[in-house]
Write a protein that binds this ligand. Sequence first.
Ligand SMILES: N[C@@H](CCC[C@H](N)C(=O)O)C(=O)O
Length: 322
Amino acid sequence: MRPRKLTAVTETVDRGVKTVDWRELVNHEVVKAHGTGNDFVVFTDEYGEVSLTADTVAAVCDRHMGLGADGVIRAVRTTELPEGRKLFDQDPSVEWFMDYRNADGSIAQMCGNGVRVFVDHLVREGLVELPQGSQLRIGTRAGVRSVARTDGGYAVDMGPWSFMAGEDAREKGSDAVVTTDGLNVPRPGLSISMGNPHTVVALSEEDKLDQLDLRRAPSVSPEPEDGTNVEFVVPVDHDDVEVGRIHMRVFERGVGETHSCGTGACAAAAATRFWGGVDAPDRWLVEVPGGVLSVTFVPATDGTEHVVLAGPTRVVARAILV
Ligand SMILES: N[C@@H](CCC[C@H](N)C(=O)O)C(=O)O
């Protein structure tokens, strides 16, 4: 899961025109869709016939030479991948697996915006039925997730959140030091797992989120072995004490700065609520450059606390890769 460098894909230059070759996906129909500006190329590979390589993913996601996206999502039957088969054997109602890849071709365990886009794809393609109010259980590399159709999109039970550094972080409120361009001093960060890793940094209003320069990856010390997504948050002033509100910018592992990150919004809300103490609300609105995500902390039947992420999805194009 370590971030990988964008490697060269097979390129041919014909009369001055560079053409990239995405091999396995030639002639495949794909959909370009996004959730609050976190955009994905999505395709169905029901029987797992495409052997998707990191180079192909990077080529398709290239914003100049490809379709351009923050990641690729393959919809595949759980029975067709070893990771999915395990989930299916435990619960045969889990029929579909979200095979998620970052723009650089690396594999990530989870993608919160991607789950909504993935389920919307299954519904639109007629692969599942999901009337409003009903739930669909899908497989991911972080385990099974339940998704409900809502008025304006989908709500995903993202499972429990946890401190990556354990109880030590709970006591200190941070476990890392984060440095980034645009911030003149290093800041403490709190690392939270949502199935994938996040490090959340709180900024004061004066720090001005928009002064951050996230063209280069922030440096996180100690450096997490598998890398991390880094979220910067600033509280938003508002009157409703029942709902927390934050602004967030994110640098995603394996991608770069994105317009939104669903798991990042959950981690950012979890960290901010933790810093806020016992009176902090259970419902949060996370404003990202691509829109607003809703994050709610709910007690689960197994005694843990689950995070429910809700937000919109939008399909922008259907294409055949040539
Ligand atoms: N954009 C996603 C997160 C995608 C994976 C992430 N870049 C990672 O490597 O962990 C989301 O909406 O959660």
